[in-house]
Write a protein that binds this ligand. Structure first.
Ligand code: HEM
Length: 172
């Protein structure tokens, strides 16, 4: 595995990105702006589901308005994330935080798609008066906590051995 990652890091493409003075900082900046957009979108939808914001707007309208922002920013996160991986494959792929983050993102996407389909299928959510039931509220809160954990894990990648000690493959 390590040999494979070393060969990627020494490919002309990876070397060009790793040695460029602007590629990594620019990708990181776009990554951070995209995090702000995806998190704001998820926060507004969660607050509407919890009934603490946008009270006069239906859950479906809130979702229709904010979900596309979340999907577009997720696309930017994936694209910039791939460039960051190619620039420093060992630092990223060998980090435990990176893999926990990826698993949580996969769960987050699955839960979000299910939630969006549920809101789309259920006509009651088109009414501004319709409130979410307690199960949906609990899931929305859990999903928000999971996206916060994803943000923490993204930052943890840079401190993987400090945080996870010998559990981090980078410590070997
Ligand atoms: C969808 C695929 C994604 C990939 C492939 C990806 C990959 C990466 C990579 C490689 C880094 C650089 C880590 C480092 O070297 O320090 C990073 C940083 C980070 N990522 Fe992601 N990421 C993705 C999505 C997300 C999402 C959805 C979030 C949160 C909503 C997120 C939050 C962060 C944060 C907070 C950082 C640290 C930024 C910094 O301080 O410079 N990432 N990500």
């Amino acid at each position: 595995m390590q040999d494979f990652l070393i060969s990627i890091s020494q490919s002309p493409f990876s070397l060009a990105m790793a040695t460029s003075p602007w590629v990594v900082p620019t990708m990181q900046s776009i990554h951070i702006v995209s995090i702000a957009i995806i998190f704001t979108s998820i926060l507004v939808i969660t607050m509407r589901v919890l009934g603490v914001a946008w009270a006069g707007v239906s859950i479906r309208s809130t979702v229709v308005r904010f979900a596309p922002w979340a999907w577009v920013s997720l696309t930017f996160l994936a694209l910039t994330g791939i460039v960051l991986i190619l620039a420093e494959p060992i630092r990223e792929i060998m980090a435990l935080s990176f893999w926990i983050k990826m698993i949580l993102i996969a769960i987050g996407i699955t839960v979000s798609v299910r939630f969006l389909n549920y809101v789309r299928r259920n006509e009651a959510f088109a009414s501004p008066e319709q409130q979410a039931d307690s199960g949906l509220k609990r899931n929305a809160l859990l999903t928000l906590v999971m996206w916060i954990a994803i943000i923490f894990l993204g930052r943890f990648i840079a401190y993987d051995t400090l945080i996870w000690g010998h559990l981090s493959p980078l410590s070997l």
